[in-house]
Design a protein around this ligand. Structure first.
Ligand code: SAM
Ligand code: SF4
Ligand code: F3S
Length: 444
């Protein structure tokens, strides 16, 4: 019987990378991907635990799968990702439909678990076996051939912000060996990848020591810069404390490092940052901002904000609004604080939901206005776009400019994978629209 797998991915880019790597692995035991969610004999949910009722969402999703397969053979139901890590054995006890629960640091065991799967023999693997995981995947080629692909260089977190589950779901900080990362990057570039986004929960904390030499993310960027076929380099997500001078220097040296810095600050109030255990102040953040702007004035910033962290007063909130007005972030994520089980902040008193909603609306109004302002600044201009794909069923192409804005335009499929000039003729909150000026020519 043909083995078909359907993978549904929630959460951050690291989960997206992991889902692709899981597929690279299970292909070896005969699984082929299907795009039809009702046509698989293995159904993988790669889950996220960062906010809200993540756990309940997973059970709802399983309910949907049950309905889809009510008149068919039940697929092997696999729960992967951060909810799997956080809930482990509990999931198997609560939902008999689940067959395998596997945490992010145990993916090297997935083939063995699927092959050994016998009906009614449930399995759970949630050890933090990070070293073995990466050693296993180092031997499996990364088959991603998307124009823009991810490459995990670091995983886990030792910072323990009081609101965050990541240190519990991904485990301690681990940085992959420098050479292994470069080998994987080479594979991606051979596959036709033109943009690599280096990934880590604390990507700029990347540190690997080999023969007394210490490798940082700046070394990786410099090395990737040498690949002539690679057009663009990005990295995410960074912590302000780890924006060291060697990384900042890369913005003047590297021609491929894109001038958008995603640097989460969470709050514009030092009092709240302290309560959050963020380990940086607003002044530290502004210092990094100034240094980066000085080194390359084209650099723009995006960020993450947590609204209504327990204890946030109107004054703290106004500090955040003022910081947004100062930096004019061009694209950001903002969410109301969500208590996560097992974290220190889970015990704290929540702020009145009406006040929180009002604050979120105000923050988003500001953030969206700067986003729109930035988009307007491209109108009637010719900009560089890396063409990623064509839009399903339409004669339109999709790509991104240097700031990661999505650009939609008429064009030929031959342009996919190229950096071309596009004249922007319209825009909205999330997109730029235009037409191709000349093929395969970079804008001035
Ligand atoms: N390592 C990054 C940093 O230090 O900022 C963030 C990684 S985290 C996966 C992504 C974002 O989720 C955070 O920046 C934060 O804004 C948000 N987040 C994490 N825990 C949250 C919570 N309990 N409630 C609301 N948002 C949360
Ligand atoms: Fe979470 Fe980032 Fe804080 Fe680590 S540094 S605990 S990943 S928010
Ligand atoms: Fe979610 Fe885990 Fe990423 S909690 S944001 S999938 S690290």
């Amino acid at each position: 019987m043909e083995k078909k797998v359907f993978i549904k991915t929630f959460g951050c880019q690291m989960n997206e990378y992991d889902s692709n790597r899981i597929y690279d692995s299970i292909q070896k035991i005969g699984f082929k991907k299907t795009d039809k969610n009702d046509d698989a004999n293995c159904y993988i949910l790669n889950t996220c635990h960062i906010r809200d009722k993540a756990k309940e969402k997973v059970y709802h999703e399983i309910g949907r799968v049950k309905k889809l397969y009510s008149k068919k053979n039940k697929p092997i139901m696999v729960i992967a990702g951060c909810v799997a890590q956080a809930e482990n054995q509990e999931m198997l006890k609560r939902e008999p439909y689940i067959d395998i629960v596997i945490g992010p640091q145990s993916y090297h065991k997935i083939n063995q678990m699927l092959e050994g799967f016998v009906k009614k023999q449930k399995k759970e693997e949630t050890e933090f076996d990070t070293l073995n995981k990466f050693e296993y995947f180092d031997k499996i080629k990364n088959k991603s051939n998307k124009v823009s692909s991810f490459l995990t260089i670091q995983e886990g977190c030792d910072k323990f912000c009081n609101f965050c589950v990541v240190p519990f779901t991904r485990g301690p900080e681990y940085s992959r060996p420098f050479k292994k990362i470069i080998i994987e990057a080479e594979e991606l570039i051979k596959n036709g990848v033109k943009e690599i986004t280096l990934l880590g929960q604390n990507v700029n904390a990347y540190t690997h020591q080999e023969n007394s030499k210490i490798y940082k993310i700046s070394h990786l960027i410099r090395e990737l810069d040498k690949f002539s076929e690679l057009e663009r380099i990005r990295y995410t997500t960074s912590h302000p404390r780890d924006m060291t001078d060697d990384l900042i220097e890369c913005y003047s040296e590297s021609k491929k490092l894109m001038p958008l810095v995603h640097l989460p600050i969470q709050s514009g109030s030092n009092r709240i940052l302290k309560l959050m255990n963020r380990k940086h102040t607003v002044e530290d953040y502004l210092d990094v901002y100034e240094k980066l702007k000085k080194i390359n004035s084209k650099i723009e910033f995006s960020s993450d904000f947590i609204i209504s962290y327990p204890g946030e007063e109107e004054e703290d909130f106004n500090d955040t609004v003022n910081l947004i007005k100062k930096i004019k972030f061009i694209n950001s994520y903002s969410f109301i604080f969500s208590p996560r089980p097992g974290t220190k902040a889970a015990q704290l008193d929540l702020i009145d939901p009406e006040i929180s909603k009002h604050r979120l609306m105000k923050i988003q109004k500001n953030l969206f206005s700067y986003q729109l302002e930035k988009n307007r600044s491209f109108n009637n201009k010719s900009i560089e776009v890396l063409v990623e794909n064509s839009i399903n069923g339409q004669e339109k192409l999709f790509g991104r400019n240097i700031y990661l804005n999505s650009v939609i335009f008429d064009g030929k499929k031959e342009n996919i994978g190229k950096v071309i000039k596009v004249k922007i003729e319209d825009f909205n909150q999330n997109n730029l629209f235009g037409r191709v000026l000349s093929n395969n020519m970079k804008a001035a």
